[in-house]
Ligand binder design. Structure first.
Ligand SMILES: Nc1ncnc2c1ncn2[C@@H]1O[C@H](COP(=O)(O)OP(=O)(O)OP(=O)(O)O)[C@@H](O)[C@H]1O
Ligand SMILES: [Mg+2]
Length: 330
């Protein structure tokens, strides 16, 4: 049965002889991909096992055909749940969203630090985050951009096609490494918190670009206002601020200042322990004014620092960087 035709190829749903449900991806535009090179790459991907990564079960190489057989993940992708027609109230509660963020971080950390050679995803975005019935996140399509690398222009178009997630240095160097994944992950956190797409031309000017808008909001101490209006309950203020802080660190324009995924997990889990009891139903803040100021201050300070305000360690002023970035983003 045909599932969907987008991006890298056509995805079919299938059932194996033993009843296992699978997703079969027929890769398009693979001309030039040598058979041996393809097999080597696929075998690396096929060895990867992690509960937050979609498992590759097999592949097929025949003439010009290249197919990949994945475990079937049966609850759609995150893009559909965030931006699709889900009604007034999203089924994705704050806890579920936090869990999706954490699970995705764990999957990526494993790709970056748990494997030799390391695997860089290169296309982290909400449609590549699949969900099971318990809302566990499963990262799909890792290693695929590399697999298709011989089709250079194709890959370039593909990556630029999801440019709302692409790290700024990519535009300059064309190089993607794990810090570019961290950047895309930061965008993903912002998308999960706000329910907004990374680039949305239907928004008023100043809100089209999610990072820019969110930085402005946090910089103006309006963090509570970035939360997805479809969220059934407001998160505890500290938990929200922490998640925003992590997201902002991940999208640091300077790739060397972005945290590693392991550190991201650490920051998110520390948040979990500290603030678990502070979750609130209802939209009133549950914190003291002092705590609020502290958490808010950290994120606000970071925004100002990243944009070069009031710091001497950067040669580029805010307007310079903003112009530079908008050329790349739009
Ligand atoms: N293993 C899977 N189990 C269930 N559904 C899947 C699986 N893999 C892909 N799909 C579905 O097929 C859709 C299309 O997948 P595909 O990866 O081709 O496109 P995409 O994620 O939108 O873009 P990209 O090509 O950049 O990854 C996914 O978004 C998902 O809904
Ligand atoms: Mg995909």
């Amino acid at each position: 049965m045909l599932l969907v035709k987008v991006g890298y190829g056509i995805v079919y749903r299938g059932v194996l002889g033993d009843g296992t449900k699978v997703a079969v991806k027929n890769l398009l535009n693979n001309r030039g991909q040598a058979e041996r090179e393809f097999k080597v790459e696929v075998e690396v991907i096929g060895r990867v096992r992690h509960k937050n990564l979609v498992r590759l079960l097999g592949y097929c190489v025949e003439g010009a055909y290249r197919m990949l057989v994945y475990e079937y993940v049966d609850n759609g992708n995150l893009d559909q749940w965030l931006h699709g027609d889900v009604g007034e109230v999203s089924p994705l509660t704050w806890d579920i969203r936090r869990n999706i963020i954490l699970g995705t971080a764990k999957g990526l950390a494993y790709l970056h630090d748990g494997l030799e050679p390391k695997v860089v995803h290169r296309d982290v975005k909400s449609s590549n985050i699949l969900l099971d019935r318990q809302w566990n996140s499963k990262v799909s399509d890792f290693g695929l951009a590399k697999l298709l690398h011989s089709e250079r222009s194709y890959v370039t178009t593909r990556v630029m096609g999801t440019f709302g997630y692409v790290a700024p240095e990519y535009a300059c160097t064309g190089m993607l490494n794990e810090k570019s994944d961290v950047y895309s992950f930061g965008i993903l956190i912002m998308e999960i918190i706000s329910g907004r797409s990374p680039v949305d031309y239907s928004r008023p000017q100043g809100e089209v670009n999610l990072v820019e808008w969110l930085k402005t909001m946090v910089g103006n101490r309006k963090s509570e206002e970035v939360v997805d209006p479809k969220l059934p309950e407001m998160p505890a203020s500290k938990a929200l601020k922490r998640a925003l802080l992590v997201a902002l660190k991940c999208v640091d324009p300077d790739a060397t200042k972005r945290p590693k995924m392991g550190h991201v997990i650490h920051m998110l889990e520390a948040d979990d322990l500290l603030f678990r009891d502070e979750r609130r139903v209802g939209r009133e803040p549950s914190h003291s004014q002092h705590d609020y100021e502290l958490e808010n201050h950290a994120a606000t300070k970071l925004v100002h620092k990243q944009s070069g305000e009031g710091t001497s360690d950067t040669s580029e002023g805010e307007s310079g960087r903003k112009n530079h970035q908008s050329t790349r983003w739009r």
